[in-house]
Design a protein around this ligand. Structure first.
Ligand SMILES: NC(=O)c1ccc[n+]([C@@H]2O[C@H](COP(=O)([O-])OP(=O)(O)OC[C@H]3O[C@@H](n4cnc5c(N)ncnc54)[C@H](O)[C@@H]3O)[C@@H](O)[C@H]2O)c1
Length: 357
C-alpha cells in the first residue's frame, strides 16, 4: 500500500515525538511492504515565526490533499501574547474545519502495567477502564459567533452555541459505528434539562439509534457524566457528546488512566482521511531534552493505520509492541518508577521497534 502522510511536527516536544512515530511507521512499512510518502509542513508557533500565521493556505492544502495527517503538538509561551486571530491553536481549528474532521475519537484505556498510576481507587480501576469518547469537533460554542460589546458602561461577552441536525446526525453515526466495533453500548451526553441544543441533540441521536438496533443507547446529563467517570468508569463503552462537553470530559477521562503522555486521539470526517495526534500539548518545559514520552504519538500513528488505512494487523502490531515494552519495565521520565528502566524519547522509539520484530 502507498499512502501520502502530511507530517506536522509543530512546537516544543512535537519534533522529538513525531520523529519517533515516523521511525515506527517506517519499520511497519519495511515489515509489511508499504510505502509512506511524507510531506512535512509547518503549523502552529513555528509557522507564525516563519510566515506570520499559524496555518498557511499551502499547509492546509497539503493536509486536505493527503491520505492522513500526523501531528505532534503546537503552541508554547513564546506565542502566548500573539494576536488571538493567529494563535498556534488556530492552526488546529483551521485544519479540523478545512478537512471537515467533525469527529474526535479519544480512547480512555488503562494499561494493566500502569493501573496503579490511576488517581482512582484500586477497586474502581480493577473493574476496568476501557471506553471511547466520541466528541463533535467542528460545531457548537467554539465555532459560534463571538461578540463583546459595551452595554451600560460595562463589557458584555457572548458566545453563540448552535447545532444543526446534520451535524448531530453524522457524529451519532460515528458513535454507533464505533460502538459496533466495541461492546455495542452508546451513552449520549447532553444538558437537555437546560439547553435547546441538547434537546435537539437527544432527539437526533435517538433517531439515528433506531438504525442500530444492535447497539444499546442511553442518555446521561453532562454533570452526572463528569461524576460517573470517576465513580464507575467501567460502565462506559462509547460516550458521544457535543464539542465543549467532549473537550472537558475527554480530558477528565484521560486523567483517570494515569498519564497524558500515553494517549492518542483521532479526528475523522466523512472520508477515511483523518488527523492523528497525542492528546498532550507541546510540553515546552521538557522540549529539546530527548526525554518526552513518544508513546501517545506512536499510538496515534497506530490509530491512523487502523482508522484511515484499514491496516488493523499493522496497527495491532504497534499496540502490542508498546504493551510489551511497558511489560519489560521500560519507562520514560513521566511514568518512571523505582525498579523500572528509564529510557529517553528516542530509546523508547527504538525499543518499541525492537519489540515489533
Ligand atoms: N493539541 C495541541 O497541540 C495542544 C494541546 C494542549 C496544549 N497545547 C499547547 O501546549 C503548550 C503547553 O501546554 P500545557 O503545559 O498546558 O500542557 P502539556 O500537555 O504540554 O504539558 C502538561 C505537562 O505534562 C507534561 N507532558 C506533556 N506531554 C508529555 C510527554 N509526551 N512526555 C512527558 N511529559 C509530558 C509536560 O512536561 C507538562 O509538565 C501550550 O502552549 C498549549 O496551548 C497544545
Amino acid at each position: 500500500m502507498e499512502k501520502h502522510i502530511t507530517i506536522i511536527k509543530g512546537d516544543g516536544i512535537g519534533p522529538e515525538i513525531v520523529t519517533e512515530a515516523m521511525k515506527v511507521l517506517d519499520a511497519i512499512a519495511e515489515q509489511y511492504d508499504h510505502t509512506w510518502i511524507y510531506k512535512e509542513i509547518l503549523a502552529g508557533g513555528c509557522a507564525i515565526d516563519a510566515y506570520g500565521t499559524s496555518l498557511t493556505e499551502e499547509a492546509l492544502d497539503a493536509c486536505v490533499n493527503s491520505d492522513s495527517v500526523l501531528l505532534g503538538a503546537v503552541g508554547g509561551p513564546k506565542w502566548d501574547q500573539v494576536d488571538p486571530s493567529i494563535r498556534p491553536e488556530k492552526a488546529l481549528l483551521g485544519i479540523r474545519k478545512g478537512m471537515g474532521l467533525y469527529a474526535n475519537l479519544r480512547p480512555a484505556t488503562i494499561l494493566p502495567q500502569l493501573a496503579h498510576t490511576s488517581p482512582l481507587r484500586k477497586d474502581i480501576v480493577d473493574r476496568g477502564i476501557d471506553f471511547m469518547v466520541v466528541r463533535e469537533l467542528i460545531s457548537g460554542v467554539y465555532f459560534g459567533e463571538k461578540t463583546t460589546i459595551e452595554e451600560n458602561g460595562e463589557l458584555v461577552a457572548c458566545d453563540q452555541m448552535m447545532y444543526r441536525e446534520h451535524e448531530i446526525r453524522r457524529i451519532a453515526h460515528t458513535a454507533f459505528e464505533t460502538a459496533r466495533k466495541r461492546k455495542s453500548r452508546v451513552i449520549s451526553v447532553d444538558k437537555a434539562n437546560v439547553l435547546d441544543t441538547s434537546r435537539l441533540w437527544r432527539k437526533i441521536v435517538h433517531e439515528v439509534a433506531s438504525e442500530y438496533p444492535d447497539v444499546e443507547v442511553s442518555d446521561m446529563l453532562v454533570d452526572n457524566c463528569a461524576m460517573q467517570i470517576v465513580k464507575d468508569p467501567s460502565q462506559f463503552d462509547v460516550v458521544v457528546t457535543e464539542n465543549m462537553f467532549g473537550d472537558i470530559l475527554s480530558d477528565e477521562a484521560s486523567m483517570i488512566t494515569g498519564s497524558i503522555g500515553l494517549i492518542p486521539s483521532a479526528s475523522l470526517g466523512e472520508s477515511s482521511v483523518g488527523m492523528y495526534e497525542p492528546i498532550h500539548g507541546s510540553a515546552p518545559d521538557i522540549a529539546g531534552k530527548n526525554i518526552a514520552n513518544p508513546i501517545g504519538t506512536i499510538l496515534a500513528a497506530a490509530m491512523m493505520l487502523k482508522y484511515s488505512f484499514d491496516l488493523s494487523k499493522e496497527s495491532d502490531a504497534i499496540v502490542s509492541a508498546v504493551h510489551e515494552t511497558l511489560s519489560q519495565g521500560y519507562r520514560c521520565i513521566d511514568i518512571m518508577e523505582e525498579g523500572m528502566k528509564q529510557l529517553s524519547c528516542s530509546e523508547m522509539g527504538d525499543q518499541i521497534i525492537k519489540n515489533m520484530k
